[in-house]
Write a protein that binds this ligand. Structure first.
Ligand code: NAD
Length: 515
């Protein structure tokens, strides 16, 4: 039997029936997390959502007011867990972008850049406090619009959104101290384009440092997750942020393109896919626009034989599964030292069979809905390629809700560096496991990717951590933990993961001209 056929046979043996098209079935409410072979199931614990005031139609936020789009067109925003329409979102075009940039320019030149830093800081503190006050409501909206679990939006996204506004509020009157000996000036109008995986958090990452530095903004949210950005706009109104300081123009690719091409934008900040990031780089070349890019990743978690294995497996699980794998820095590759490979695989297999996939609003859910049909198709296509190329797929048997977009927690063994699942970003709850013998081999394998966003190291030896970390080509490396964020620490990538840093004092620099 050829090596390839042998792998394929093994894949069939390991793969549960119909694993690539996970079983769907109408589950009774108290069955939503029941798995085959289970001895118990959690009672449903859904977060309340009926008090939410979701508008049937959301308009653009330009010059401090909500206004209909020039095109008169709107598109639907769908709840990916139910496939039901949540609201209609305005589709902004080049005319709307022009209005937004003009409003931002006026606000920059006449108000915001002239305002004392301590006054700008007061607005940011006010926004941070209002976000805290409305955190529960915003978390529920985020979950309904994007499909992520309420555990994540409530406990991770919203606290970090508020923390970013608080943190950068503190810098607004200290710009001269941030860069000693240099004179810091705002750049002007910042065009900011964000993806769907952390809608509010990405908005906070972009807006808070830009505003603290005295810039004004035109933000373009992702087309599948625009609702919370527009609720943030209401917070800006409540905080009495001067008109035009933040403008939010919703829409898809063409709306983003119009922002990129607008001649009066001084700085572009983009978070999204590497493919679009490359297009933006070409579009901006030869202009005076500044650019920072936060792009994709293919992070490796490295487990050494001396690691605390249970702790490491828990870290791996939270790094790839608890967020549906919808994180640019998700640990989507796992490198395991050969001696502990059987133990790690056994524990990983056991652990993923306990994960609860289902209603994202349920407080017990571990894995929510995949953000869109398109993203689900992308995951299925890449998983299929892994099986075709001979890797072995392991998935627990799950019954998934009838409606909505879902993918079960999965991992591949028998992965080689040339497999697409080892090289391409899956952006779903799918892990590619490989082995290594020596630290040098681990470093070589971890760096063998076009990306360089993040990595994780699991070992009992502090000296080994320092040695390995200094050789990994990744912007962020976590040791004996994973996916920990703090507004004070910079985040960003190498290679095709982009350039520039967000977070910390480093995140201010791209929004300033330093004399
Ligand atoms: P995407 O690149 O398709 O879209 C991102 C944003 O860009 C959206 O708002 C979209 O409407 C807009 N856009 C699309 N085409 C455009 C164009 N031609 N011109 C201007 N704007 C355009 O990415 P996605 O699928 O929405 O997001 C997933 C990707 O984002 C993944 O690759 C992920 O790794 C990456 N990401 C990176 C980070 C990071 O910090 N490095 C964080 C989150 C997500």
């Amino acid at each position: 039997m050829s090596r390839k056929t042998k792998h394929a046979a093994a894949a069939l043996a390991v793969r549960e029936p119909a694993a690539l098209a996970p079983a769907r079935g109408a589950l009774a409410p108290n069955e939503r997390h029941l798995r085959f072979g289970d001895r118990w199931a959690y009672a449903p614990a859904p977060e309340q959502s009926d008090y939410l005031q979701i508008k049937s139609r959301y308009q653009l936020f330009i010059d401090g007011k909500f206004r209909a789009p020039h095109s008169g067109k709107h598109f639907d925003s769908i709840n990916p867990a139910t496939e039901k329409k949540l609201a209609e979102i305005a589709e902004g075009d080049a005319h709307d972008i022009d209005l937004a940039v003009k409003a931002a320019r006026r606000a920059h030149d006449k108000v915001w850049s002239k305002m004392a830093g301590r006054e700008r800081g007061k607005y940011l503190y006010r926004i941070a406090r209002l976000v805290q006050e409305k955190a529960r409501e915003l978390a529920v909206l985020e979950t309904m619009d994007g499909g992520k679990t309420i555990k994540e939006s409530r406990d991770v996204d919203l606290p970090l959104v508020a923390a970013h506004f608080f943190y950068y509020a503190g810098w607004a009157d200290k710009l001269d101290y941030a860069f000693p000996g240099r004179k810091a000036r705002s750049l002007g109008v910042a065009g900011q384009i964000i993806p769907w995986n952390f809608p509010l958090l990405m908005a906070a990452w972009k807006l808070a440092p830009a505003l603290a530095a005295g810039n004004t903004c035109v933000l373009k949210p992702a087309e599948t997750t625009s609702i919370t950005a527009l609720h943030l706009a209401e917070i800006f109104q409540e905080a009495e942020l001067p008109e035009g300081v933040v403008n939010i123009v919703t829409g898809a690719r063409a709306t983003g393109q119009a922002l990129v091409d607008h001649p009066d934008v001084n700085k572009l900040a983009f978070t999204g896919s590497t493919a679009v990031g490359k297009m933006l780089t070409r579009a901006v070349a030869g202009t005076k626009k500044r650019l920072t890019l936060e792009l994709g990743g293919k992070a490796a978690n490295i487990i050494f034989e001396d690691a605390a294995i249970d702790q490491a497996v828990e870290g791996i699980v939270s790094g790839i599964y608890f967020n549906q794998g919808h994180v640019c820095c998700a640990g989507s590759r796992l490198l395991v030292q050969e001696g502990v490979f059987p133990a790690v695989i056994r524990k990983l297999r056991d652990r993923i069979s306990t994960l609860r996939v289902g209603d994202p609003l349920d407080k017990n859910t571990d894995i929510g809905a995949i953000n869109s049909r398109m993203q689900l198709d992308k995951i299925c296509e890449l998983v299929e390629s892994g099986v075709q190329q001979g890797a072995e797929l392991v998935q627990p048997r799950l019954r998934l809700p009838e409606k909505g977009y879902w993918y079960p927690p999965s991992f591949f063994t028998g992965v080689t560096a040339s497999h697409r699942i080892a090289q391409e970003e899956i952006f779903g709850p799918v892990l590619s496991v490989m082995t290594f013998r020596t630290p040098e081999e681990a470093i070589e394998r971890a760096n063998n990717t076009a990306y360089g966003l993040s990595a994780g190291v699991w070992t009992d030896k502090g000296s080994k951590i320092f040695k390995i970390v200094s050789k990994l080509r990744a912007g962020v490396v976590w040791a004996n933990t994973y996916n920990k964020f703090d507004p004070t620490s910079p985040f960003g990538g190498y290679k095709e993961s982009g350039f520039g840093r967000e977070g910390g004092v480093h995140g201010l620099a791209p929004y300033l001209a330093l004399g």
